[in-house]
Design a protein around this ligand. Structure first.
Ligand code: PLP
Length: 429
């Protein structure tokens, strides 16, 4: 065989092996999800090979009529789902959306308030991430371990004293709604723009099951569209702000941080948003129920699940302190060998240096919920985690349990079913 062709086929085989591994595993990484068949089809369309710089009807290339129709529809769907006066679905990831908003709202040297990493903040909000590269003076909100949330009183004091120009809220460990209402008067008093990073909880907000940041005082929302919103790897910005600020945001997106946006993923996002209008509320509700069930089960088996005084979680995520079991690195690797996939995570008392071996693990229920896991499956899953981590049963035994649990959950739910949608596609031709 031509050696280069062998390389190519090896890559293809690796992708197939990867598929098989995930088919036979329980996916619990809180930032991942599965797309519907109808949305997935969009990834293979010609949209994926074209350029459409700018906004609909103001392009720099020919051949964009269908792109314009699609992009306008996706923008309208986004406005509808989030009841947002403004929406820009062009950013190609959540971080890309964060970059655009950073460019729009700040200049080098400005002061910004943001969550810190051990309080669940995302790397894009860190001094070695987007905010730091913009040269911003970053203040972190004081964080409370007991409530797993921003310490409101201490934050009010800090904000009044330091007067940041922008206040960013929203984390990657996002257990409870951010205290926007509690901080609203302070934000107003210091004249700060309020930026809500909904990367993790976008699907919960879409389903009306978490909080409603645009009604609680946020000027702009950024998000990833592939975490609790079960769409393509892509990003979005939503706004409820003045025209001038919104214009800056849109210029931040293009030409600020991208030239061409990814049209195939944007089309897939549109389909996901339409499906969200029909199924998003049920889906988000079930995700949260499952997260609570799993947290309670793990807690009853002796795991130190955080946020106990507030019922562990009000989102898709839970975190546990696993120092007594060997720490986050060891536990997450052990579970991976047993085909239970999650990630190690910093907890509030870890400093950033501990990121390679933090105290905790993070679990998200959005993907297993998407394939139909319910309360009884959460009990079974907690038991598998207990047997693997605490009882140290051999991996082969746990893998059998994983396969058994996965057996009846192969189909993506909360979307237009293959049969139903494809029946109409035949008519549509
Ligand atoms: C995941 C995440 C992002 C962006 O992630 P992308 O991978 O770039 O989509 C931004 N902010 C927070 C809080 C996140 O958790």
């Amino acid at each position: 065989m031509n050696p280069n062709m062998k390389e190519a086929l090896d890559i293809r085989k690796t992708a197939m092996d990867h598929n098989k591994f995930f088919e036979e595993s329980i996916p619990l990484v809180a930032s991942e999800n599965l797309m519907s068949p109808l949305a997935m089809e969009m990834l293979l369309t010609d949209f994926g090979f074209r350029y459409a710089e700018g906004l609909p009807h103001h392009r720099y290339y020919q051949g964009n009529f269908f792109v314009d129709i699609m992009e306008e529809k996706v923008t309208e769907l986004a406005k509808m789902v989030f009841k947002a006066p403004q929406a820009d679905p062009r950013p190609v990831s959540g971080t890309n959306a964060n970059q655009a908003v950073t460019f729009a709202l700040t200049k080098t040297g400005d002061r910004i308030a943001a969550p810190n990493l051990s309080g669940g903040g995302h790397i894009s909000a860190a001094k070695f991430g987007t905010l730091g590269f913009r040269g911003l003076d970053i203040l972190n909100y004081p964080f409370e371990e007991n409530t797993m949330s921003i310490d409101v009183d201490a934050s009010i004091k800090m904000l009044k004293q330091e007067k940041p120009k922008v206040c960013l809220v929203g984390q990657s460990v996002f257990l409870f709604p951010a205290p926007l209402k509690e901080l609203k008067d302070t934000f107003q008093e210091i004249g700060a723009k309020v930026w809500y990073d909904a990367a993790h909880v976008l699907g919960l907000i879409a389903g009306g099951r978490f909080q409603d940041p645009l009604r609680e005082g946020a000027d702009v929302i950024t998000g990833s569209t592939h975490k609790t919103l079960p769409g393509p790897q892509h990003g979005i910005v939503l706004g409820n702000t003045d025209d001038d600020t919104w214009k800056k945001v849109q210029r931040g997106v293009f030409p600020g941080v991208l030239s061409n946006h990814h049209l195939n993923t944007m089309a897939a996002l549109g389909i996901t948003l339409a499906e969200t209008l029909d199924f998003g509320s049920d889906y988000a509700g079930k995700i949260i129920d499952n997260a609570k069930s799993l947290a309670e089960e793990l807690h009853s088996l002796g795991f130190k699940v955080l946020g106990e005084e507030r019922g562990f979680t009000q989102s898709h995520t839970l975190v546990a302190d696993v120092r007594q079991n060997g720490g986050g690195k060891l536990v997450s690797e052990l579970l991976e060998h047993c085909h239970i996939v999650l990630n190690k995570n910093l907890l509030p008392w870890d400093d950033n240096k501990k990121s390679q071996d933090p105290s905790g693990i993070r679990i998200g229920t959005q993907e297993v919920t998407r394939i139909g896991f319910d309360k009884s499956d959460m009990k079974e899953l907690a038991s598998l985690i207990f047997r693997a981590v605490v009882k140290q049963e051999p991996a082969e035994k746990i893998i059998l349990g994983v396969k058994e649990l996965k057996k009846n959950h192969k189909k993506v739910m909360y979307c237009y079913g293959d049969m139903e949608a494809y029946k109409y596609i035949e008519l549509y031709k």
